[in-house]
Design a protein around this ligand. Structure first.
Ligand code: 6PG
Length: 257
């Protein structure tokens, strides 16, 4: 498990979405004040959809936002299972981010070609301001799956044997996803309790290989956190909404500034 991690436990996915949306907007404000733009990497899957819907209602300087994707499925550009289609329908089509600042992964041109196309964009963008990620029941994140080998030098990988359909995808590498001022994991949906336990016990999972310099924020359903043995019970472990637990077992405010 990442040494530096802040676990934010919530009762339901709606609360996760509200808190994550607030952290994203705060990060945008800071980044725009600091260097005039906000470089955000989007997560795929289902969990972020509500965050994106909330963002579509936000009042922020959209002209300064630059959007990248952490991964994309190799499907036609308008396929409903594309991560870009979900993000567009929930959010991006409803706000005024200039279209040239929305960098979709063009997997419709072919997996290998799309990875080669995206690599220089990522290289020019690093470091990102914020990377959003999900996690699957097997500990995958973006399209980095357990047991898959990647060339360490690549920023973008072509994936041909994803256990989660479709088999072909492209994904940013763990190194690229780690090169960000902030990283937020959104963990809800499905049966993720076991894999969270393995992650916390130090298993070598893709999710554990995201290692930015700053602490990561993990927004997670409380039900996924283990109930410790009675002798281990401490008020710190049983976090309440409004408080979080970091990896050193210390409470801090749940809304990072
Ligand atoms: C994808 C992903 C993937 C996803 C997780 C969690 O394209 O499928 O980016 O890594 O984020 O599988 O997905 P859920 O939020 O739907 O559980």
């Amino acid at each position: 498990m990442q040494e530096n991690s802040r676990w934010h436990a919530f009762e339901n996915a709606d609360q996760i979405a509200v808190a994550a949306c607030q952290q994203i907007l705060n990060a945008a404000e800071r980044a725009i004040a600091d260097h005039g733009m906000f470089k955000l990497v989007l997560a795929g899957g289902k969990t972020p959809e509500h965050v994106y819907q909330l963002l579509s209602q936000a009042d922020t300087n959209w002209s300064k936002w630059v959007i990248y994707y952490g991964d994309e499925r190799s499907l036609p550009a308008d396929h409903p299972d594309r991560n870009s289609v979900m993000a567009s329908q929930a959010w991006l089509s409803k706000v005024s981010i200039p279209s040239e600042q929305i960098h979709t992964m063009p997997t419709e041109i072919g997996t290998e070609l799309a990875a080669a196309f995206y690599q220089p964009l990522v290289s020019a963008a690093l470091p990102f301001d914020l990377v959003l990620l999900g996690m699957g029941e097997d500990g995958h994140t973006a399209s980095l799956f357990p047991g898959h080998q990647q060339n360490e030098d690549e920023l973008v990988h072509a994936v041909y044997n994803s256990p989660k359909p479709p088999q072909e995808r492209i994904t940013l590498s763990a190194a690229a996803l780690s090169t960000s001022h902030e990283v937020i994991f959104l963990i809800a949906g499905g049966n993720k309790q076991e894999v969270v336990k393995h992650w916390q016990q130090g298993a070598d999972l893709p999710v554990a290989r995201i290692l930015p310099e700053n602490p990561i924020d993990i927004y997670i359903l409380r039900e996924y956190l283990q109930t410790p043995a009675t002798s281990d019970l401490s008020p710190d472990y049983c976090c309440q909404q409004g408080y979080a637990l970091d990896s050193a077992n210390q409470h801090h405010d749940n809304m990072p500034g």
